[in-house]
Design a protein around this ligand. Structure first.
Ligand SMILES: Cc1cc2nc3c(=O)[nH]c(=O)nc-3n(C[C@H](O)[C@H](O)[C@H](O)COP(=O)(O)OP(=O)(O)OC[C@H]3O[C@@H](n4cnc5c(N)ncnc54)[C@H](O)[C@@H]3O)c2cc1C
Length: 471
């Protein structure tokens, strides 16, 4: 078989690349390892909120860029952006990506009052705990994209796992795949890697993200095995930002209770409270947000050793605020999650196996810093610009034992703004592209900046196809 474009992976990135290529007159095939019609992938399981850096996709590029810069911090943020900075493709292409999705038949609703919920793929998932994807916006849109591809003469081949790249004279010109246990060659003028990351590869996770991959919960389809990354590296690709992932803090009972993922997450509570280890000590800056905290919990020697401690005002106030659906109170408890409660911090510490004296000191120091507005003096310091810390004063005191839920890896194959895969030193590998969660360099960094997985998939997929068509 021979095509203009061979795409590895049938998630949103792969289907965006293939559809855009087909629109531009190229023959395209998507190779997908799943064999069911509704094969699992993160794109299908997604909440369907399409945003860039939590901004409206129709927003001013300069405002979106400022939001990206604020999230990424020193990783970005210079007025004079050099060509290796990928963030401008997200700010400048957000509007076009949304329009293109609508042209492909995507239907959107406004999902809530918060700006980042302006464009939610319809029909939206219900505001309930647990994974509900069938017939919801992302699932409907993936089916639509598959139908679009076929109507444009392209193909989605299911049950086909890409194993290695075919490289001739330094030019990538196809993929060796496994289908029904046998090897096949599929040739292409260009190959787009869109296999969704390496979160389901324990060895790579151990190498880059956590000393104990078993202590992380897979908050997604769990089928990004890093095949594309390995193939790209074998062809000479550079990798970037490998130590970060997009994910959230979840209640630790999620390992035995499927109603506790992907929602509700414990992020909103943790960002206003303290997260402590078994010694009762804070470990990192809770004010950096849930994705940052999940990354830091994952990186601990024991990722199953933390708990969030908060007071009753948080539990009955913010935790019950339905702008962050589904909110923890009461959904988490209704589904069997445990929120420990005690009239004293000492008793609470005993319930969750935390050193009582350590917890008492941590809470006293933290409360004093909230009172005197000196959170920056805490060790570790606590940022206050994004989330206002709340003193832990009102009994009963509460705690939830935590784990890190990993959705997709933010690092991966180095690309340029046209999604061309780059070697160390910056030269492009001829004929090789990457898109979506298999790429690195847009998200992550010191603050574990999450820019938006769906928008990244569409923008990088579209741009890969456009560059292939041009060349
Ligand atoms: C519960 C949940 C909620 C989310 N909510 C949002 C949200 O609201 N907004 C947002 O922006 N993002 C959200 N995301 C993230 C978003 O879904 C992803 O970032 C995005 O869908 C990634 O798309 P992708 O095409 O790169 O990867 P994927 O959708 O993971 O697709 C990769 C595909 O490649 C296939 N594959 C892997 N290896 C091979 C191989 N060797 N050969 C062939 N096929 C292979 C896989 O089977 C898979 O189908 C969410 C994710 C989850 C799980």
């Amino acid at each position: 078989m021979s095509f203009d474009v061979v795409v590895i992976g049938g998630g949103l990135a792969g289907l965006s690349a293939a559809n855009r290529a087909a629109e531009l007159g190229l023959s395209a095939v998507v190779l997908e390892q799943g064999d069911a019609v509704d094969y699992p992938c993160n794109s299908r399981f997604a909440g369907g909120i399409v945003h860039v850096a939590q901004k409206d996709m129709r927003g001013e590029p300069a405002e979106i860029q400022a939001a990206i810069d604020a999230l990424t911090g020193e990783a970005s943020g210079t007025a004079d952006k050099d060509a290796t900075d990928l963030s401008p493709i997200m700010s400048e292409e957000a509007d076009r990506a949304l329009t293109w999705m609508r042209d492909q038949g995507a239907k959107f609703i406004k999902g809530g009052v918060l700006e980042f919920m302006r464009w939610v793929l319809a029909p939206p998932r219900p505001r309930r705990p647990g994974l509900e994807w069938k017939g919801r916006g992302p699932d409907v849109f993936l089916r639509k994209m598959t139908a679009n591809l076929e109507s444009r003469g392209g193909k989605l081949e299911r049950g086909v796992r890409a194993r290695s790249l075919i490289v001739e004279d330094g030019l990538v010109c196809g993929v060796v795949v496994e289908r029904n246990g046998a090897e096949e060659r599929i040739e292409g003028r260009a190959v787009v890697i869109a296999d969704g990351g390496f979160q389901a590869n324990p060895e790579l996770v151990r190498q880059h993200i956590s000393p104990k991959p078993d202590g992380l919960f897979t908050r997604g389809a769990g089928n990004g095995c890093g095949d594309g990354l390995r193939m790209a590296v074998d062809a000479g690709a550079n990798v970037v930002g490998m130590n970060r992932f997009y994910g959230h803090l979840l209640g630790r009972e999620v390992f035995n209770n499927e109603m506790l993922w992907p929602y509700p997450t414990v992020d909103a509570i943790a960002t206003v409270s303290v997260v402590v280890d078994e010694a009762g000590q804070r470990l990192f800056d809770e004010g950096q947000g849930g994705v940052y905290m999940a990354n830091n919990v994952a990186a601990l020697d024991n990722p199953l050793s933390t708990a969030v401690v908060f007071d009753d005002k948080v539990w009955t106030g913010l935790a019950a605020d339905n702008r962050y659906p589904p909110c923890m109170n009461p959904a988490f408890v209704n589904e069997g999650g445990t929120v420990y409660a005690a009239d004293s911090l000492g008793e609470l510490a005993g319930m969750i196996g935390v050193d009582a004296a350590g917890l008492a000191k941590t809470v006293a120091d933290y409360n004093a810093a909230v009172e005197s507005k000196s959170m920056d003096k805490l060790d570790p310091p606590r940022a206050t610009d994004k989330f206002r810390p709340r003193a832990i004063l009102a009994a009963p005191y509460h705690a939830i034992q935590l784990c890190a839920g990993m959705t997709y890896t933010m690092g991966g194959v180095a690309i340029d703004r046209d999604s061309r895969v780059l070697r160390d030193g910056g030269a492009a590998i001829e004929g090789l592209y990457a898109a979506g969660s298999s790429t690195g360099g847009i998200e992550g960094g010191p603050h574990a900046a999450y820019i938006g997985g769906l928008s990244k998939a569409v923008v990088t997929g579209m741009r890969a196809a456009e560059h292939i068509a041009k060349s």
